[in-house]
Every structure is written in structure tokens, then in C-alpha cells.
Design a protein around this ligand. Structure first.
Ligand code: BGC
Length: 740
């Protein structure tokens, strides 16, 4: 028998059948275009397809077939699903069965700034553009699921993956994640919000079990995921590696079945983190839909197809056949997977995507410009306006690639402009001299494999260069190596690595005119802060890093970024570290979040521990005046909206933008409360001399706390304080209101 011919014929019949199933009910839908009818039609199409599938075919759809794809059903023309990291750019192609890069020559992309930078823009519209542009790149690269964004809460500055997330505040992360998701998904590419949930440290991420109160869970750690599902309509979500209350998050009954799928009515697909599934029965019954990455090298130790040995492969099939697990369980998973396919690779109107085009580079640059945070600016050190000067550019980070390394978010950009190149392009008349000062070696493990370059001579050279310069720009911070801002481990120290503190002191002894440019996704200790004139937080900015940084240093663009997390003076001032080992990193792989709801600025403000730099803080080259702050009423009903209005004026000499922030607190409460919590913000761009009205609306219902005694939200009646200002610790006015 000619098997090839038979196969082709079968495929043709299948395609006809599938196109019938896809298209036949269309006329019906068009004539009755209410949303729910369309949904019914789609669901019945999906049911028809499920009825055509064999049990084996259904099970095959629930686990990986390669490192980054899962099976379709060839005979019915059901496509494979292709996934890719990640949150700030589409990752280079990985080999079928191993973590090696596949070596393609057509997979370079635009690297967008990391998500801490996006969060620092406090600009949800920009987040939507970011998502849309990134989604276009994913679509062009033929990806169906983009493995991002990440919204784990910044709990400790040691977490190696904070740079991939959106900061310490649930309201900020929720507000920023929703437009990102919608933007990605407009391209017919599913966003995959991760890592659900409580993956707030990398140390022991595969073992640690997190104990946290229901209150902190609902008030701090879940809101951004909830917003992603309910407001963002995200089509997939990735389970976290860690355990929550003793059960792995990739098959956690409470998180996945009860909260995500039941309470939030999530109708998409739960994807495991790579190797995050550990059990067939739990994976089947507690909410996992697609198992990815099990086994370290994709082949495990078996010689046969390792993917058949996944928990949701042969063992799952056997359990269904034996009647131990009901077939309805796999049907539900396949229904979700097919739903995702209709939204992505089986959608009839999917755009084609674009990659490396000017618009994408422009958006990357804009996010960089708006996300950079000016922390210190003594005697107007920044902007550096004078072009006929000698600038000493010190530090390895002035030239080091920050898209390489970091773990799964590593990128292969078509180009990456370094800060040094950006400055040289901008300051054509200046003499720019670069000295590395320190070097950390080329490998991702460079923190433990020192550079071959001689540390003493690098230091001597840097001091010489600094001595002869008019100003010094020190490009330091962390990098994307193991034990820095990198997946798989946490930082071991809060202070700067690679002898930067000492080097900076040496440089300050020969030149006092120093600005420190901090490249990191985390807070660091700054013992030298009083001695430098300027500090700028510039994150990891991707392809357009150099231009973005030069734009802000030169004053071509006025900085308007605000910190999405607090900088403590010392590590112990951070809430997660205030309670010893049992709170971070845990003891015997169990940890209790003892600070409870008092994460980040909630801790600093409530306990009156001054941060070095506060959440929401960031300077500008111009000045703003916020006046006429008022609320529309003094007394509100639970269903009311609280309207806060004010005028904001740019009183300085440069166009700029300010972020008005509204925090709310309840001084007398039946439960412990944070002194204040962010409930609204608005970024306002103003020309020189311009005045604008700002109006922020807050649902009174959003002032509720999660009441463990009723397992639900509880809006207390009584007096509240509304704090309006431009940082969590910089408040222009406090207004008392009452909820009746
Ligand atoms: C990471 C995920 C990533 C996956 C695939 C895991 O190690 O935790 O965030 O999407 O690998 O690369």
C-alpha cells in the first residue's frame, strides 16, 4: 500500500472536514452577531472536533512534543502550538530536544526594555503599544503563545528575576499588565501571564513551599493575575515552579481549579512552567492543561520518545483507559486548547506580524525614555548640556550586552546599542574616553569565573581616565549573569558586585563630578550616595538602550519614570528580610511571608522606616506644581466612584511629564492595614508653562480588604484618608472622606 498517498488523501479529507467545521456555522454567526451566540457557535464547533478525536490524540495535545511546541492532529488539520519566551522580546529558536540554540539566521528581533522599565513608565497606553509591537514580532516569528508577561510581586531585592516583573505594587502591576496583554493578543498570539503564583524568589524555586495568609494572597499576590484574566482576557497562564501550601503551583487545586478556573471563570489554557509538573493525578485533576519541559534535557534518561513519559502523556492515557480518571477531564483540557487555537493559529483573521521595523525600535526607545528614573540630581548635574567637554565613561556596563544572559528571557536582537555607542552618537563634539574599571568575564557564570583581564590595571586605567575628565559617568549596577539579575538563583548580596563601591570611591578621590548610572532590575545599596552628584536608574533597555540613555542624559528627553519598587537603605529594612530566614529564603524549603500584606512601600510607610528611594519616586528636569486638589464629595456610598481632581502646571523650563498618585488608607480599621495603598495614578505630559486638569476615579468598592472570616472582600464603613502626591512618601494633600 502506498502509505504516503493514503496519508495525503486522509489529510485532504481532514482539511475539507475541518474547513467545513470552521466555516459552516459562520453564516449563522454573521446573521446573529451577538457575542454570546458567537461563543455558542464556537463552543459547538469545538465539541464537534472533540467528538472526532481519539483518546490518544486528545492526550497528545496535553503535553510537549518538543522543547517549545505541543502536538496538533495532522489527520484533521489541527495545527501544532508553538511557544516562545518571553516578556520583553521573542527568544531565538531553540533546538527540538535540547536547550541549545537552533542556530537559525533569521530569528533576530527587537529587544524591548525589561518589564521593570515598562512598569516605571507608569503609562498604561505605552504598555499597550509595547504589547502590540512585541506581539507583532511574535506573530512574524510564527509563535502562537508568547511566554510573558511576568507579574510576580517584587518582594525582595535579591530575587534574580525581578527585572522580568512589574514591581511591588498590585495596583500598578494590574494596571500595566492589562493593556500589554490586549496588545499582544490583537495579533492572534496568546499572551501567557506568569508565574502563577508566589514565585517571588529564584532560590529553591523548585522546592520551596510558600505559606502566606489568604489576605496577602488576595490583596498583594493575586490581583495582577486576576486583572490579566478578567480585564485583560488573557488566553493562557503559566503555573509557577514553587509550591503553595505544600502543593506544586502547576497543579494546585486552590490556585488553579478554585480561584483561576472557578472564581475568575478563566476559559484559557494553563501551561506548566518547564519541568513544573510532578504528578499525573494532580496535573490531570488540579488544573494543568499543557505540560511542558519535563525532564532536564527534553529527552530525560529514556531512549524512546521522552515526551511519551510526561505525566500528562502515557500515564495520563492509562489512567483514563483504566477508568481511574474520567475522559471528561481530558475533554476539558482539549476544549481549552482548541479555544486557544481558534483565537490564534486557527483564527481566520490573523495579521501577519512584523519584525525589526522602525516602529518597533521607536517604541522600544520611547519606553526606555519614559521608564528611566532620575534618582539624584545635585546642582543640576543632569542633563549634561555642554558638548565641548571630556566625558569619562567608566564601567563595564557601558559596553556590555544586557540582552545576553538572564535565563529564559535572553534575547538575540538584530542590534543592541550600548550606552557608550549611544553617547558617542549624541555627543559628537565631546571627547569621550571609556575605561572598563572592572570586568566580569564573558560567560553567564562570570560572577564565579573571574575575568582574565587584570583587575588592578583596569582600576588604574579608570582612575587615570576619570582624573583627566570634566565629568565622570559611571555605568555600573548588576548584569545578566548567574547570581545577578538572572533566572535560577538569587543575588547573594545587596551591595554592588565586582568591587564597584571601592572603585567608585577611588574615582571620587580624583574627580568629584560623578554621575552613577545604575543598570539593574533591582534595588542596590548605595553607601557612596552622598558623594556622587547624580544617580539615574536605567534598567535593561534592550535594542535601543544607548539612544534611550543618551536621550535622557543629554536632556533631549526629560525623565519621567517613577520607581515601581522601593529602594531600602539596607537589606534588613525590606519587609521580607525583617523576619529572618523563615521569611526569606525559608527553612527546610518552607517559608512564611511574615510581613504579610506589608510588602514594599506598605512596610516602609506603615513602620516608618525611611527608604533610600521610595516607590513612585522619580525626578524631572522641570518642576511641577499640583494645586486645587479635591474630591467631588466627602461622603460616599459603597457603589460610588470617588473622583479626585487637581490642576498640574509645568513651572520649569522644559517640557516634561509628572505622575499624580492617589493612595488611600484607613486609620481606624478592624484589621491591620497599610498606612496607604496606591489606588490610582495618571501620567500627564505638559509643555513649558502648560496647565492641565487631572481627574482620577476610584471605585469605593476597591477600598475593601480581604476578610478571612468570610473568605470574601469586605468594605468597611467609616473614615478614610486620601493621599495625593507624586511618590509614596511625597504627599501634597491629605483629604478625609467617609464611606457610609
Ligand atoms: C522559566 C519560564 C520560561 C520557561 C521556558 C522556565 O525556566 O521559568 O519563565 O518561560 O523556562 O523557557
Amino acid at each position: 500500500m502506498n502509505t504516503k498517498k493514503t496519508k495525503t488523501k486522509a489529510l485532504k479529507i481532514a482539511l475539507v472536514l475541518i474547513s467545513f467545521l470552521i466555516n459552516a456555522p459562520k453564516t449563522f454567526a454573521q446573521n446573529n452577531d451577538t457575542k454570546s451566540q458567537k461563543i455558542d457557535v464556537l463552543e459547538s464547533k469545538i465539541d464537534s472536533i472533540i467528538s472526532l478525536l481519539t483518546l490518544k490524540e486528545k492526550v497528545d495535545m496535553c503535553h510537549a512534543q518538543s522543547k517549545f511546541s505541543s502536538k496538533g492532529v495532522e489527520r484533521l488539520g489541527i495545527p501544532e502550538i508553538w511557544m516562545s519566551d518571553g516578556p520583553h522580546g521573542v527568544r531565538a529558536e531553540i533546538s527540538w530536544d535540547s536547550w541549545e540554540y537552533a542556530g537559525w539566521t533569521n530569528d533576530s528581533i527587537t529587544a524591548f526594555p525589561a518589564l521593570t522599565c515598562l512598569a516605571a513608565t507608569f503609562n498604561p497606553i505605552l504598555s499597550g503599544e509595547y504589547g502590540y509591537n512585541l506581539g507583532e514580532e511574535a506573530r512574524y516569528r510564527k509563535k502562537d503563545i508568547l511566554l510573558g508577561p511576568g507579574v510576580n510581586i517584587y518582594r525582595t531585592p535579591l530575587n534574580g528575576r525581578n527585572f522580568e516583573y512589574m514591581g511591588e505594587d498590585p495596583f500598578l502591576a494590574s494596571t500595566m499588565v492589562v493593556p500589554y496583554i490586549k496588545g499582544v493578543q490583537k495579533n492572534g498570539v496568546a499572551a501567557c501571564v506568569k508565574h502563577y503564583a508566589l514565585n517571588n524568589q529564584e532560590l529553591w524555586r523548585n522546592e520551596v513551599s510558600v505559606e502566606v495568609s489568604d489576605r496577602a494572597l488576595y490583596e498583594i499576590y493575586l490581583p495582577a493575575f486576576k486583572a490579566a484574566v478578567i480585564d485583560g482576557g488573557v488566553w493562557s497562564i503559566m503555573g509557577a515552579y514553587n509550591k503553595f501550601r505544600g502543593q506544586y503551583c502547576c497543579h494546585n487545586e486552590l490556585l488553579l481549579n478554585n480561584i483561576l478556573k472557578k472564581d475568575w471563570a478563566f476559559d484559557g489554557v494553563v501551561v506548566s512552567d518547564w519541568s513544573g509538573a510532578h504528578d499525573t493525578y494532580e496535573s490531570a485533576l488540579f488544573g494543568l492543561d499543557i505540560e511542558m519541559g519535563t525532564g532536564t534535557d527534553g529527552l530525560g534518561s529514556s531512549t524512546a520518545n521522552h515526551y511519551d513519559n510526561y505525566y500528562l502523556a502515557t500515564p495520563f492515557l492509562k489512567s483514563i483507559k483504566s477508568g481511574e480518571i474520567d475522559e471528561a477531564v481530558v475533554n476539558d483540557k482539549v476544549r481549552r486548547i482548541l479555544r486557544l487555537m481558534y483565537r490564534t493559529n486557527m483564527s481566520s483573521n490573523r495579521p501577519l506580524g512584523r519584525v525589526n521595523n522602525k516602529e518597533h525600535h521607536d517604541i522600544a526607545r520611547k519606553v526606555a525614555q519614559e521608564g528611566i528614573v532620575l534618582l539624584k540630581n545635585k546642582n543640576n548635574f543632569f542633563p549634561v548640556k555642554d558638548e565641548n567637554i571630556t566625558i569619562a565613561v567608566i564601567g563595564e556596563n557601558a559596553t556590555r550586552s544586557m540582552t545576553a544572559g538572564g535565563g529564559s528571557s535572553e534575547l538575540k536582537p538584530q542590534f543592541e546599542i550600548s550606552p557608550l555607542a549611544g553617547l558617542k552618537a549624541r555627543y559628537k563634539n565631546a571627547t569621550i574616553v571609556h575605561a572598563m574599571g572592572y570586568a566580569t568575564g564573558p560567560s553567564v557564570y562570570d560572577a564565579i569565573i573571574p575575568s582574565k583581564l587584570n583587575a588592578d590595571s583596569l582600576r588604574v586605567e579608570a582612575i587615570k581616565v576619570a582624573k583627566n575628565a570634566d565629568i565622570v559617568l559611571f555605568f555600573g549596577g548588576l548584569n545578566k549573569s548567574h547570581l545577578q539579575d538572572c533566572e535560577g538563583a538569587d543575588r547573594k548580596q545587596f551591595n554592588l558586585p565586582f568591587g564597584q563601591d571601592e572603585l567608585l570611591n577611588d574615582i571620587l578621590s580624583v574627580n568629584k563630578n560623578v554621575g552613577y548610572i545604575l543598570m539593574s532590575g533591582n534595588a542596590v545599596e548605595m553607601p557612596w550616595l552622598n558623594q556622587v552628584n547624580g544617580v539615574m536608574q536605567t534598567w535593561y533597555l534592550g535594542s535601543m538602550a544607548g539612544q534611550g540613555i543618551a536621550d535622557v542624559i543629554s536632556g533631549d528627553v526629560n525623565p519621567s519614570g517613577k520607581l515601581p519598587f522601593s529602594f531600602p537603605v539596607k537589606l534588613k529594612d525590606n519587609a521580607a528580610h525583617a523576619f529572618g530566614e523563615s521569611s526569606y529564603p525559608g527553612i527546610n524549603y518552607t517559608q512564611t511571608y511574615k510581613e504579610d500584606i506589608l510588602v514594599g512601600y506598605r512596610w516602609h510607610e506603615t513602620k516608618k522606616i525611611d527608604p533610600l528611594y521610595a516607590f513612585g519616586y522619580g525626578l524631572s528636569y522641570t518642576n511641577f506644581n499640583i494645586t486645587g486638589i479635591k474630591t467631588d464629595k466627602k461622603t460616599y456610598q459603597p457603589n460610588d466612584k470617588i473622583k479626585v481632581t487637581c490642576q498640574i502646571t509645568n513651572t520649569g523650563n522644559l517640557d516634561g511629564a509628572e505622575v499624580i498618585q492617589v493612595y488611600i488608607g484607613k486609620p481606624k480599621s478592624e484589621v491591620k492595614r497599610a498606612l496607604k495603598e496606591l489606588k490610582g495614578f495618571q501620567k500627564i505630559h505638559l509643555k513649558v508653562g502648560e496647565q492641565k486638569n487631572a481627574e482620577l476615579t476610584i471605585d469605593a468598592a476597591d477600598l475593601a480588604f480581604y476578610d478571612e472570616s468570610i473568605s470574601d472582600w469586605n468594605l468597611e464603613k467609616g473614615d478614610y484618608k486620601i493621599y495625593i502626591g507624586n511618590a509614596s512618601n511625597s504627599i501634597n494633600k491629605i483629604i478625609n472622606i467617609n464611606i457610609k
